[in-house]
Design a protein around this ligand. Structure first.
Ligand code: ZN
Length: 484
């Protein structure tokens, strides 16, 4: 490591140590509050009041979204944007630190994707960067973006549509995971759309001939889409939830019913083509049942564009900071937690990290694990593959060169969106992962501000990738959560 890099890291450590406990408390509070998409008022209140008290200039209601905000520091130089999230998932409530499924309140919300850690690591990073900039060595501006509704709401895609990131030079973020590495792949684009059917109510026994069932239409639509699955590219995914069954009375012909579809494909063009076919199936179901159908667009997001220039920096800094060290107690807890994972889950984790490591053989690392943790930072390599999920970070990546890393916050193989993530999200293991990510993002921002030619390089790479072709996938009339 060069002397200057070592000095930057030591400086950073000295700044961060003052805020560590505050940041862990913020993360734990957000974990406890566990607010879901577009309802993150208390979490936003906690984050904005902390940042404001520490000298950041706050703007709330960003892009017309109540729970979106920006916290700014610095007046001149390139703008580095750090993206934070804080939304939970419905129904995943779980006792923190427990090694078995045990809800506090059955059915309540829980931080099943670790966004309590995600949002607060960004705060830790900007707190350290603020001090670094305040010393006046190099000009730079730091923006922390509070981004709501990553889960099922595409908050950032709405923010991009409203021009929120227009002045940002580079965007950095991370995601809690069960390993350390750099996000080298694309992700799937998606549309989320409600199909609301309307029929005619009738007595189901006395006069069924007078009724036209909206629930029948929903069922027929789902059958139609399940047949469509065979005739689409293999990367395409359909998921649906029946959001209105038409009531609880089997003796009434259901006059209203609604189904919410999530359609994923490799990019927006593919999703649009598949979506048009799904609309035909919905219209067919309405025709068959003599009902009518209303199509209500809910949200969308694009596929992710990785930026190699910034990814190289994230990788260098993941290596420079190094993996967290765990206490005996932490390792004992982690071993217990690892026993709750199935062999298939751990194998899926291995497949996932092999994809990130590309052509590098990491079999040795599986044999040399530190308890249930990998003992390496996954080697970085560009990849043409796409991960099967989606993220609204993708739309930011279309308008600003963007990069993201992962740090270990959970035992290896822990799948996201599970009780195990909720349980581990409030532990000292997760806090160590949060701090690791904060350091890596802050050091990467320092690298970029010190060597602005890297920003130019990242922008040239970005321009070649996008070729000025970006169109925001959410129609102008659609407001966040308008169909809820
Ligand atoms: Zn997530």
């Amino acid at each position: 490591m060069a002397v200057t890099a070592l000095a930057a890291m030591q400086e950073l450590e000295s700044y961060l140590i003052k805020y560590e406990q505050d940041i862990f408390t913020l993360s734990d509070r957000i974990w406890e509050i566990a607010e879901i998409r577009f309802e993150e008022q208390q979490s936003v209140q906690l984050l904005t009041s902390y940042l404001k008290a520490n000298g950041f200039e706050i703007e709330t209601g960003l892009g017309g979204i109540e729970t979106a905000f920006v916290a700014k520091y610095g007046t001149t130089g390139p703008i580095i944007g750090i993206l934070g999230e804080y939304d939970a998932l419905p129904g995943l409530n779980q006792k923190g630190g427990a090694t078995a499924r045990e809800a506090f309140v059955e059915g309540a919300n829980g931080h099943g994707c670790g966004h309590n850690l995600l949002g607060t690591a960004g705060v830790a990073a900007v707190m350290a960067l603020k001090e670094w900039i305040a010393e006046g060595k190099i000009p730079g501006q730091i923006h922390y973006y509070g981004c709501p509704a990553e889960e099922g709401g595409s908050g950032k895609t709405f923010m991009v549509r409203e021009g929120v990131f227009a002045d940002v030079d580079i965007a950095l973020t991370w995601h809690p995971e069960s390993y350390a590495g750099v996000w080298n792949r694309s992700s799937l684009a998606n549309y989320q759309v409600y199909f609301e059917f309307e029929g005619i109510a009738a007595h189901a026994a006395n006069s069924p001939e007078l009724g036209r069932s909206a629930l029948d239409a929903v069922e027929l639509m789902n059958v139609g889409v399940n047949y469509l699955r065979e005739h689409v590219p293999s990367n395409v995914r359909f998921h649906y939830a029946v959001t209105n069954t038409g009531g609880i009375s089997p003796n009434v012909v259901q006059a209203n019913a609604e189904v919410l579809y999530l359609i994923r494909g490799k990019d927006i063009k593919e999703v649009e083509q598949i979506y048009q076919r799904v609309v035909k199936i919905a219209e067919g179901a309405a025709l068959m049942t003599e009902t009518t159908v209303k199509v209500k667009f809910d949200k969308a997001c694009s596929n992710y564009l990785p930026n190699d220039t910034i990814n190289q920096l994230l990788y260098k800094n993941l290596e420079a900071v190094g993996l967290p060290k765990y206490t005996k107690q932490e390792l004992a807890y982690a071993k217990q937690m690892a026993q709750t994972l199935t062999a298939n889950e751990i194998q899926a984790g291995k497949n996932d990290v092999k994809d990130i490591a590309g052509g590098h053989n990491i079999d040795e690392a599986f044999l040399q694990m530190n308890g249930p943790f990998l003992n390496i930072v996954l080697p970085y390599e560009q990849s043409d593959k796409a991960m099967a999920g989606s993220t609204d970070v993708a739309d930011v990546s279309w308008v600003v060169p963007t990069a993201q890393c992962f740090t270990p916050c959970f035992v290896f193989g822990t799948p996201l969106h599970t009780w195990q993530v909720v349980s581990q999200g409030k532990t000292s293991i997760a806090h160590k992962g949060l701090l690791y990510a904060a350091k890596v993002m802050a050091l990467t921002a320092i690298d970029l501000l010190r060597e602005p030619q890297l920003i130019t390089k990242a922008k040239l790479e970005h321009a070649a990738q996008t070729n000025g072709s970006y169109v925001n996938p959410i129609p102008a009339h659609v407001k966040p959560n308008m169909n809820k």
